[in-house]
Ligand binder design. Structure first.
Ligand code: GRF
Length: 216
């Protein structure tokens, strides 16, 4: 069975969605460890409630960013982690973790990449005047939200949307596509070729979701 390691910095609603789908038997995997980089990350409360091991690793305790990520890699390696999930982890992953878990790290981003990478993807879409935005699950590479795309989901942007209202609409879909991507990974159906992710038994709804659907 797949062992999952999670990195989170905040409230952890995506972490919760993954826990729920695992507990419901939809994903054959087990979350072995949550690591946070913030002492106050609410994600740790969720881990506690579901008897998942968790730890806060303070980046300030390390001489360099690489040393911090080497420590994370070490903790995950010790637990035989087969997938690292970034669930609202607010840092660029550095080489020691990327090297230890090549093509085994995935992230969720609240925009339709390659549009609006970085912080406040939802606010960027509102300010730009986009008519459609959404979220993206992708493999992680050394760049900022640049790795190969697994799934995207799109939502309309309403004329009166704010960063908050659009964030809520996008978040509902994040909670669907992130667990779904993990399920595809756990079933061994994802293969990376260059920057393209090939999906065994591809169905359109596996990886491109429009909400509401265009025919409604
Ligand atoms: C989400 O919007 C996610 O897309 C982004 O950070 C936020 C994390 O939210 N990467 P949560 O901690 O999962 O509730």
């Amino acid at each position: 069975m797949l062992n999952i390691g999670v990195l989170a910095s905040g409230r952890g609603s995506n972490f919760q969605a993954i826990i729920d789908d695992i507990e419901a038997g939809k994903i054959k995997a087990s979350i072995k460890l949550l690591i946070t980089d913030r002492a106050d990350a609410f994600a740790m409360e969720r881990a506690k409630k579901h008897s998942i091991e968790y730890m806060f690793i303070n980046p300030r305790d390390f001489a360099s960013k690489d040393a911090f990520f080497a420590k994370i890699a070490d903790e995950f390696t010790k637990r035989d982690i087969g997938l690292v999930v970034l669930a609202g982890f607010m840092r660029i992953v550095r080489q020691p973790l990327l090297d230890a878990f090549q093509n085994m790290i995935i992230n969720i981003h609240p925009a339709l990449l390659p549009s609006f990478p970085g912080l406040h993807g939802q606010g960027q879409a509102v300010e730009y005047g986009s008519r459609i935005s959404g979220c993206t699950v992708h493999f992680v590479d050394a760049g900022m939200d640049t790795g190969p795309i697994i799934i995207q989901a799109a939502v309309p942007v309403a004329p009166d949307d704010t960063e908050e209202t659009l964030s809520q609409r996008i978040l509902r879909l994040e909670h669907k596509i992130f667990p779904h991507a993990i399920r595809l990974y756990a079933e061994g159906r994802l293969r990376i070729e260059g920057r393209i992710v090939k999906i065994d038994g591809y169905k359109l709804n596996d990886c491109a979701i429009i909400n509401p659907p265009l025919d409604q």
